[in-house]
Structures are given as structure tokens and as C-alpha cells.
Design a protein around this ligand. Sequence first.
Ligand code: SF4
Length: 322
Amino acid sequence: MSNNEKQPLVQVNDVCKYFHVGKNADLKAVDHVSFEIYKGETVGLVGESGCGKSTMGRCMIRLYEPTAGEVMYDGKDITKLTAAEQKEFCKKVQMIFQNPYASLNSRMTVKEIVGEGLREHGMSAKDADEKVQELLEIVGLNKDHMSRFPHEFSGGQRQRIGIARALSVSPDFIICDEPISALDVSVQAQVINMLKDLQAERGLTYLFIAHDLSVVKYISDRVIVMYLGTIVETAETEELYGNTLHPYTKALLSAIPEADPDRAKANKRILIKGEIPSPINPKNCCRFAERCSYATERCFNEMPKLREVKPGHKVACHLVEE
Ligand code: SF4
């Protein structure tokens, strides 16, 4: 069944998240963003730091309330859930955070951290302990780790604890917010492979937020590229990497190191001019215009719409024809 015929598990409809930062000044972290995620798939959400991708993820788990628009989970608006539905939502949707150092309470043991959600949802202490042991084994740790504190672990082990905590309440959907960017390169692949294995075993759905396009390519079925609060391009992974259309996506892809020396010579790095502009009261034009080598007058006067140019491939650029 193609995605067009399926019901999305998550639907983001025209979501905005603005932070009021002064008189007549709004920081538009997320600005009219729409996309959907289907059950069992991994959607990569990429862009430079400050593009709004983590804010978007936080709106999807109610850590932030959207300023406008709606996030639907399993057909229901997550801001309009009853108390019982909210409790169920908290079990079904979990988040793995970027910083495994900051996201674990340093005063709690691993047993308490991983078992917290289980006890909150009514499991007895004995059953919770058994479940924690099982979860630790799933993520490559063991029962001897249960009585230890977060500072006794390496970064990779802490992220494994974070993953065990997320899995503890048997979620369907996990938002992985830059889960490997704080880890040594040597352990990044282990964590990614573990996430892939868990998905295959448990039928999990992931939103994988990252700034590294090479990682996203490896794990994602579809990729969404954000720039300054808006989506600039989205497509299935193979299509996005093989038929890149937006100048910003092209520049990001050109920065991925190429292992093959011949291909590395052929692939010219596209440098993006200047710094990412301020997201406070952005101009109503192409947000990439100031840094784009192809910008025309129209780009500085009119915001390009996100248009579908091929089935499943959408791009927001005046130069790309339908
Ligand atoms: Fe560049 Fe214009 Fe396309 Fe924006 S709309 S990405 S400025 S060519």
C-alpha cells in the first residue's frame, strides 16, 4: 500500500511556533509547517542548528504548545485530549533527547530512571524491576547497572539508558532528537543500528531529527529539510539524495565527506554564503535568498510555496518547475 492510501499515524497541519521576544518581535521558530508520518516508517528531519527542527519535535510531544495549527496523533488533535487520552498519549509517544548527560536525573539510579514510567502507569515495584532488567539487556546493558548513577556511565551507555527509558512504556512513536550528536563517532553507529533493530522488532515509528545528512540517509525512509522555520524540500530518501532540487539541500549534501577519492574529486563542495539570518520577524520572501547563489529579484519579493513536483517530492524554490 502506498503512503497516499494509508492513514498517517502523525499529521502536522500548518503548525507555527512563535516565541514573543519583545515589542512587535516574534521569533518564528516554526512557521506554517505541514507533514505526515506513517506507521512503521522513519522520517528524517534535517537542517542547520536554529532551523526549528527540535522545536517542531517538541510541539509533537506537547513540550511546546503550537502558536497555530494542529498536531494529530492517530486521528486526534493532541491539544484536545481528555485526561485518559493524554495518559495513553504519554505512553504511546516518547522522546530520546540529544544530550544524554543532561536528560538523565543525576540523583536517580538507573533502576529509578528506567522504571519511573512503569510505576507511574501502575506496575508493581517487583514487576517494574524485572522489566527494567529486561529493558537494560535489550539496549546492551545488564542488571548490575541498575543500582548505578548516570555519572558512572559513558556517553554511549547513557544514551542506551535514555532509549531503555523511552521503551519502558511500550511506545509506538519515538521522536529521536539528535540522539547521536553528543556521542563519539565510534559509538554513533552502534546506537543507530540498535534503533534500527528495535524498529524492526517492535514496529516502531520514528521522527529522527539531525543536522548530519549522512546519518539521516542511512536510517530514514523519507527526509524533510528545514531552513529558518520552514520546509524547503521533502522526498523519499533515495529520491532526495539522487534528485536533489533545492539549492540549500544541494549545499548540505555537498558537505558530506566522500570516502571514494575519485568521487570526492568530482563532487564539488557548495559553500553557503554568510550566516543563517535571524528568525525574528523574517521577511516575507525566500528565507534562503540572502545566501543563495541563484537568487533573483523575485526571490527577494515573494515566498516560494512548497509544491509537489513529482509524486512525494515537494520543493519550495521559484527556480524549480513543476
Ligand atoms: Fe534560491 Fe530563489 Fe530558490 Fe530561494 S527561491 S532557493 S533564493 S533560487
